[in-house]
Ligand binder design. Structure first.
Ligand SMILES: [Zn+2]
Length: 275
């Protein structure tokens, strides 16, 4: 089985570029079928209101629940104080099994990590090159699994991608996906050093062609077990607890955050760094 772990769907409400405007699936699903991909994990495009965007994705997912999985997109700043509510709705009403966060919106927060821990869902966090954060996430939240897509940079930032590989190797709860990775030598290094258990196949559809993205996985190895892990096994493993509703019996206390709890800042500030 082949599962595409990274695909956008639905309309954005911006008009900057396709990423916040529209993610149409029509051609993409035909390409996926031709490429032998059986299932696709969907989440929204950039949006100013992720409650609406997630609801729209859930309509697509739940029309064909055997064909699609869904992740809840959340914004660390705009959705402050309602992250739990958004994830709760996505997991319990829509049957979603993960959270998507983008550094372009805002830096990930404790509120998001604690919601992920409560619901036993992985967090797919595009760090946009901000790799140092991964160390904190991995050590502060060892029970939460983090998928850092594109080896940390969709824009081929070599310094970021090379820096992510040791973190993938060292932290059992850090993963990456193959979507959009152009520097094949780095993907191969990640495979050799961190291993097939840390890499998920993803396409970043509907804007990238799934067959082209898939080929990168098939040229990494011919080992069937390794391929199966990257193509489906890792995704299924990471989402298994959520899909089985493990949180219902886990008895964890519900995390409480208010709109004003956490002084979130857009800029990274090291108090001891003199400019
Ligand atoms: Zn993406």
């Amino acid at each position: 089985m082949i599962i595409d772990a990274h695909c956008h769907a639905g309309k954005g409400d911006g008009l900057t570029g396709p990423w916040d405007t529209s993610a149409p699936l029509k051609n993409f699903l035909r390409w996926s079928e031709e490429a032998g991909i059986q299932r696709t994990n969907l989440f929204a495009a950039f949006h100013s209101d992720y409650a609406k965007a997630n609801a729209a994705v859930s309509v697509i997912v739940n029309k064909q629940p055997q064909r699609f999985y869904g992740f809840a997109f959340v914004h660390a700043v705009n959705d402050r104080g309602r992250i739990f509510e958004l994830v709760n709705e996505a997991v319990t009403q829509y049957g979603f099994c993960g959270i998507k966060v983008h550094r372009h919106d805002a830096r990930i927060s404790r509120e998001i990590c604690e919601a992920a821990r409560y619901f036993s869902v992985p967090v797919l966090y595009d760090v946009v090159g901000e790799v140092s954060m991964v160390e904190l996430l991995a050590t502060e939240y060892p029970e939460v699994n983090f998928i850092i897509p594109h080896l940390s940079s969709f824009s081929d930032d070599w310094r970021a991608q090379i820096a992510l590989i040791p973190l993938l190797e060292r932290h059992p709860n850090v993963f990456t996906d193959t979507s959009g990775i152009r520097r094949y030598d780095l993907l191969e290094m990640a495979f050799k050093r961190a291993g097939p258990g840390k890499i998920l196949f993803g396409s970043d559809g509907p804007w990238l062609h799934p067959a082209v993205e898939l080929k990168k996985v098939f040229v990494l190895t011919r080992n069937k077990t390794d391929l199966q892990r990257m193509l489906a096994g890792n995704f299924l493993h990471l989402t298994e607890k959520a899909r089985n509703g493990e949180y219902e019996t886990a008895g964890r206390p519900k995390p409480v955050f208010s709109k004003t709890d956490e002084p979130l800042t857009y800029e990274y500030r090291d108090p001891w760094l003199v400019k």
